[in-house]
Design a binder for this molecule. Sequence first.
Ligand SMILES: C[S@@+](CC[C@H](N)C(=O)[O-])C[C@H]1O[C@@H](n2cnc3c(N)ncnc32)[C@H](O)[C@@H]1O
Length: 284
Amino acid sequence: MQRDLPPLLESSIPGSWDPAIYDNFKNERRQPFCDLLSLLHPCPGARVIDLGCGNGELTLELHNYLKAAETVGIDQSSEMLGPTKQLGFAGLHFVHQTIESVLSGWSGNKNALPETSGKFDVIFSNAALQWLANHREIFRAIASGLVPEGQLCIQVPASYDHPSHSAVDDIMYEEPFATYFQDSTVVPARVDWVLAPEEYSQILFDEGFSKFHVRLQVYGHQLGSTRDLTNWMEGSLLSPFRAIFPPDIFTQFLHRYTQRVLEIEGDHSPYFFAFKRILIWGVK
Ligand SMILES: C[S@@+](CC[C@H](N)C(=O)[O-])C[C@H]1O[C@@H](n2cnc3c(N)ncnc32)[C@H](O)[C@@H]1O
């Protein structure tokens, strides 16, 4: 059983993020960020926004790398934003806000916060937009938030057909888990929000980007064993379930998830995790 897609730009999944668990695979998660940076053209003095900035560590790197005048990181999770309080740096700000509200500001909503309204030279997002549905509308809104010659630079995971991700769809509508979704307006996981790479290039063309680069990249990670997929996904893909289930059911869910992954993948040690991601850069 799957639910209908939620309404446009009101679709994200309010996860319960744990920055410590997320950081367990910090080094593995860093490479796509570095690859995104290398796509950006220099633009010293720029006004930059990082959508879904997490703990802000990479936002600071982005700010310094671009020699930006002003960089604002936004995130919906106060837990993830917690460590940003230690990141005092000239021109760098963090705001507790959803990506949806930023996008609606760029699409004409007058109630947008001053920190995120107006146009940006660079709109950046690393591993966050996969939590939102309707990427066509999202990219249209992002295009409207860029100055002429402005750049977008975005990475989304594209591993929804990998057992680490597909195992969630296999088990989430089993009991006792399904009960918790019955009265919920939240759709806890979707396999099909991220588009194919060629669809992103079509969108950028349709939105009038003069140059763009879209690629699918496989990041290979050697993990201790297949079971480490649970630790990895607990820090990201599975975090919405922490917000939905009571703690004992969440523990049960993690256990069932591990079992399902092992059924599909086998119990290997070490385990090779081939993680597909899409990198998207464009200049207006
Ligand atoms: C996988 S983490 C990536 C964090 C950071 N960009 C990095 O590369 O380390 C995804 C982040 O997106 C945030 N997020 C997810 N959906 C969001 C939304 N609708 N609005 C704002 N932030 C969101 C989460 O709170 C989380 O911090």
